[in-house]
Write a protein that binds this ligand. Sequence first.
Ligand SMILES: Cc1ncc(C[n+]2csc(CCOP(=O)(O)OP(=O)(O)O)c2C)c(N)n1
Ligand SMILES: [Mg+2]
Length: 891
Amino acid sequence: MKNLSPTEIAALEAVETREWLESLDYVLHQGDKGRTVRLLEALRARARVSGVRLPFAANTPYINTISAGEHVARPGDGAMERRIKSLVRWNALAMVVRANRESDGIGGHISTYASAATLYEVGFNHFFRGSDGGGDADVVFYQGHASPGIYARAFVEGRLTEEHLRNFRRELRPGGGLSSYPHPWLMPEFWEYPTVSMGLGPLMAIYQARFIRYLENRGLKKPSDQKVWAFLGDGETDEPEALGSISLAAREKLDNLIFVINCNLQRLDGPVRGNGQIIQELEAVFRGAGWNVIKVMWGSGWDDLLARDNEGVLVKRMGEVVDGEYQRYVVEDGAYFRKHFFGTDPRLLELVKHLSDDELKSLRVGGHDPVKVYNAYRAAVTHQGAPTVVLVRTIKGYGLGEAGEGKNITHQQKKMNEADLLHFRERFGIPVGDDRVAEAPFFRPDESSPELRYMRERRALLGGPVPKRTVRAPAIRPKLSEVFDEFAKGTGDRKASTTMVFVKMLAKLLRDKEIGPLVVPIVPDEARTFGMESLFRAVGIYSSIGQLYEPVDMDTLLYYKEAKNGQILEEGITEAGSMSSFIAAGTAYATHGVNTIPFFIYYSMFGFQRVGDFIWAAADARCRGFLLGGTAGRTTLAGEGLQHQDGHSHVLSLGVPPCRSYDPAYAYELGTIIEDGIARMYGDGEAIFYYLTVMNEQYEMPPMPEGVRDGIIKGLYRFRTAPNAKASARAQLIGSGAILNEVIKAQGLLEKYGVAADVWSATSYNELYRDAHRAERWNLLHPGETARVPYVTECLAGTKGVVVAASDYLKSQPDMIARWVGRPVVTLGTDGFGRSEDRTSLRDFFEVDARHIAATTLSTLARDKQVDLKVVTQAFKDLEINPEKVDPTTV
Ligand SMILES: Cc1ncc(C[n+]2csc(CCOP(=O)(O)OP(=O)(O)O)c2C)c(N)n1
Ligand SMILES: [Mg+2]
């Protein structure tokens, strides 16, 4: 070789390449794929032994994974399906265009569905199973922005009316409207899961697929071949949640899970990877994680070209063009495509010389070819042992032509002029006359038309309509007095934390015959933090493959037991994943007809603050269950500091409408709330869930006073009246959570200064605030009727003295009730960053200890001239209150 010129070397290499390819072709023609793989592996091994390092390649060539030769014929009537798809496209477009004509700025999206129509229609006609007849429906996570297409199909099927379509995005119209995106909260008989906050859908889908296996392995659901489909955008995959847990899906061998990624190469502003190739990038990521990857890149028109691409120049060219350039070909004409794509190599030009520019232009990408999409889905649903991702190339705004196809502005295109509409009608053959096109009328064929008959037949074969949400689990009213009665008795002089109490309740619930099996404990690698390790042994940690090793602590009582029917979902360090499990378990009453009751316990700081959007999605999905913010409170968690000390999760939880949040102090409070919660959610069917903060400070749990049950639930009750009721200076002290004990101590301190204070326990400021606003609103709307009294007003109406309220959360919590107390409320709370310290120092720093509560009360009484200033000055001295102390909110 040394004496050869570069041209001669190239020529020799070309000959060698051809010979090798011919040998390979020979083996391929024998039809034995296994042999081909073995041969290539042998070559790779030989090269490696000889010191040749093949570059790492997680990618396959830029062509379809399933070759034309492997296709099976699509059942059904292809031409009919195209007509139906066109009608759905038209109605989707008309919905958005008309909504914006009527109300400028109402929004809506055309381009996402335009790119995804084939992906959904193939699903509706051939794959998505419904639940009519009691079968297990597939769980489908629809791309949020494609909702117009999903509504349009439901309209053509006759499930929605023209009025519904006219009211798209007008949810307050008489007769109801259609939500902009999938929102089960507002359309509880239609949508199952919310998806429009990008990234949440794919993560929820993974955990949904895993939860189905959990239900099956625990005998709560019969095994079936039900699938979970998640449709997502290529831009959406930039969200860390979208790809963050794909390894779990592979590890768990979730072959009931299919991702379909609509790779239109564009997101909102422009190309997803203008300078790269999003599909290849995703292929590498998913293959690396162990998924079965099916690429659908090119339509059938390319099959012939690929078959004649003997030297691989076309495949090579396909693989070197970047996405920004591919997008360009969409908006340019056939001549441009010929020149810039094929023009780089005379052999490529030769390959397509028989095609006119128009024919070149009409070569489709794979996602608009139902045959390719059908074959990909078919391979996906039959694949075993791993989840599948179908990466489909589509065109954003497909069919919109000048109005937006492939353009950077297309995502937000919602208006179309007459010419655009005419073009669309022509392209898809919509039977709407010239005179009416400009109005963009909705169009639905006759009830007895072949189109409707066909759609209904297909859906009937697949188990009825989708999307459809039905509540399938019956109400349950378990008798739980055996579980909870004990907690009303208190702990005597034994100390316990509310976390310990909770774990004990959970353990008892797990043992309950009726609902024990339905309880789903969820922890993100914090079970030991919360003292839950005894449950490992008692009910086991769920593992789809059991336990393949003998745990190091096998000889201990509480060993780390993994089991196929294990009940605990020990999720590892993922609050987002745990929330997704919570959502799957808390919505199973609808999705699977199983009343699973999730208890997800986590570090409270990593809940609303960290995964608040998942909690929002849970609310939208009408999820039930209990979230437990452990190690809660800004001053209760000692020695952790700023990052861990949560003083605001109750402020954040207030914003989630169906979330009932409580900050209980005592065992009986916690027990009362959980018992009531189970009855409300699983007996009365209320679409709510709970957020309960539990602490790890240990103290004696008092017995439940008489008659406080209602108050606990409503958010406030008098825990103890002042012993020295005859004193002239009076105060009402309100405490909650662990700070209630400080308030009780303050009551004692105040006695020494002649102040009689009642002690109240505020279990939920959020509930008090909501109740007061409900009453106030009613009063405003009914000026002539007897006014309703807010519960908090009713509680404090007959009481005397200044009101001081302290909690381990922001002062805004007690501030929320101030307006309805009838006199000023002085609030103490923990605004500011936390500190790593012991509890005593922290409570001094934030001024929420008994000393500060007593001093604040005295100071307020002095201003009211109810105690002498001298008494206060003496008290400050006794209690070592430093008036010049630094303000904790500023440091
Ligand atoms: C968490 C979140 N961030 C931002 C948005 C706003 N948003 C809506 S659609 C969109 C672009 C979507 O692109 P892609 O995922 O590629 O979907 P396509 O419409 O192209 O199919 C963005 C940024 C959102 N819905 N959710
Ligand atoms: Mg996109």
